[in-house]
Design a protein around this ligand. Structure first.
Ligand code: GLN
Length: 481
């Protein structure tokens, strides 16, 4: 039996009809049923039934003290790059093996304060670099819908935890699409808010100007409620914005009539799989039927997003990851002298993809190349952001696009890093521009989920959710058919 929705869990828990320990027991049973462990779907990098039970007791104590927040009694799985103090935080990496953070991420504190129950640390591509959760030091995660396929990445474990019915809400992180892309591959909802809306304090940095904490939900409402709880100003994150957080879960109360939806032609190229295009156009047709207006628009610099992303992200990563040196965190490998220790620790601790990014980032930031690559990439990044401003200023409220160019691919099928990078072709733009974006299921191809993406103006998550609720309601069971 799967868990009731976040709203139902909350209501029943607060009314005293359901205990948090019973809820957690069900989640544990479900995790065993679907073989979430290492030799099965491998959804969790770290999990501990006793830890989950202890959090359930703490949540019920908080409730008794009158703290019945937005996720009261709701178990939430947490990506392994978000700091927790009772389970390890290892970013799917060998280099952080055994590391338990002395402090907690703000988003986790907010979860606990709302009465939510932290439930395990989910598997991920090492340091969130990847699109398949195959680059984890702890082995690949399998897609619960089709276990021979990847769940997407880098937050593949969190997407899989929701798709497998273990939890209704999970936290992930996004730098270029790592919540939306796995949400699309696993047939769940994935959202990242405006840059600055959710605190990054305690999220292990990959590329700070692009990083976001994101939220997965089994439905739009689960995701909206999850985001409502973790969003908000945090003085401990200097990029966090002090702006009131609306009730995202009420966005569905407004109908779609009058909404202007942009269909950007660059996200529907000739080369796009005709069946994915057809599912997107069918979704747009439904929204038209609900009274929305659909306009063709253009974001001309879209094709530059992947090249720009793969300069900016590795550049920032090479700086951020310098702290993993065998002295300050995690594992140390003894070598010949201090330099030998650094070399042995870093070569033994980082996997191939992370090493590739550090080399690339160091190269584009080096003296002779800084202007040619990094500075130029930053300029083009501005052009990409300007594209969004222009369309939104022209009266378009939300954009609708496919989330990914393909459905989930078989484990081991993509060995060329560049081909893997193309998974984010429709998602990286929102991170570069900092606009809110989300993916939700819009149908299936050969049994595999397809995601549709909404993007909106900075801090206008409400309009994005309004569109998402409307589409979800209209699609009904067809979203998963
Ligand atoms: N797949 C992209 C990458 O490998 C995005 C990852 C992410 O969003 N964290 O960098």
């Amino acid at each position: 039996m799967s868990l009731p929705s976040a709203a139902e869990l909350r209501e029943d828990t607060i009314a005293g009809r359901r205990s948090t320990t019973e809820t957690v027991r069900q989640a544990i049973v479900r995790a065993h049923e679907v073989h979430a462990g290492r030799d099965g779907l491998n959804i969790f990098a770290w999990s501990d039934d006793d830890d989950a039970r202890a959090h359930a007791v703490a949540a019920s104590d908080a409730l008794r003290d009158g703290n019945g927040g937005g996720l009261a009694g709701v178990p939430v799985a947490i990506k392994d790059n978000i700091a927790t103090t009772t389970l390890p935080t290892t970013c799917g990496s060998r280099i952080l093996e055994g590391y338990v953070s002395p402090y907690e991420a703000t988003v986790v504190t907010k979860l606990r304060e709302s009465g939510a129950i932290p439930f395990g640390k989910t598997n991920m591509d090492e340091f969130a670099m990847g699109s398949s959760t195959e680059h984890s030091a702890y082995g690949p995660t399998r897609n619960p819908i089709a276990p021979d396929r990847v769940p997407g990445g880098s937050s593949g474990g969190s997407a899989a935890a929701v798709a497998a019915g273990i939890v209704r809400v999970a936290l992930g992180s996004e730098t270029g699409g790592s919540v939306r892309q796995p949400a699309a591959f696993c047939g769940v909802v994935g959202v990242k808010a405006t840059y600055g809306r959710v605190s990054r304090y305690g999220l292990v940095a990959f590329a700070s100007s692009l990083d976001h904490v994101g939220v997965f939900g089994a439905t739009v409402d689960d995701a909206a409620r999850g985001l409502r709880v973790v969003a908000g100003h945090d003085p401990r994150d200097s990029t966090s914005v002090d702006s009131p957080v609306p009730d995202f879960h009420r966005a569905g109360e407004r109908p779609l009539a009058g909404l202007v939806i942009g269909r950007p032609l660059e996200y529907f190229p000739e080369s796009l799989d005709g069946r994915i295009r057809a599912l997107c156009d069918a979704a747009l047709q439904r929204m038209r039927g609900l009274g929305a207006e659909v306009r063709d628009v253009s974001l001309p610099n879209t094709a530059l997003a992947i090249p720009v992303y793969y300069i900016v992200a590795p550049a920032e990563a090479s700086a951020n990851l310098s702290r993993f040196d065998g002295v300050r965190y995690g594992r140390r490998v003894v070598g010949d002298g201090l330099r030998g220790m650094y070399e042995a620790t870093r070569s033994g601790g980082f996997g191939a993809e992370v090493t590739r990014r550090i080399l690339l980032g160091t190269y584009v930031l080096s003296a002779g190349y800084y202007d040619a690559y990094y500075r130029k990439a930053q300029r083009v990044r501005t052009l990409i952001a300007d594209d969004f401003t222009r369309v939104f200023n022209s009266g378009v409220d939300v954009l609708f696009t496919p989330t990914t160019p393909t459905t989930a691919f078989p484990i081991g099928a993509i060995s060329d890093p560049f081909e893997m990078y193309m998974s984010d072709i429709f998602t990286a733009t929102a991170n570069l521009a900092g606009v809110p974006a989300m993916s939700q299921p819009i149908g299936r191809l050969d049994g595999l989920p397809v995601g549709g993406q909404f993007m909106a103006r900075h801090f206008d998550e409400m309009t994005m959710f309004r569109a998402a609720y409307g589409l979800e309601r209209s699609l009904g069971a067809e979203a998963q058919a």
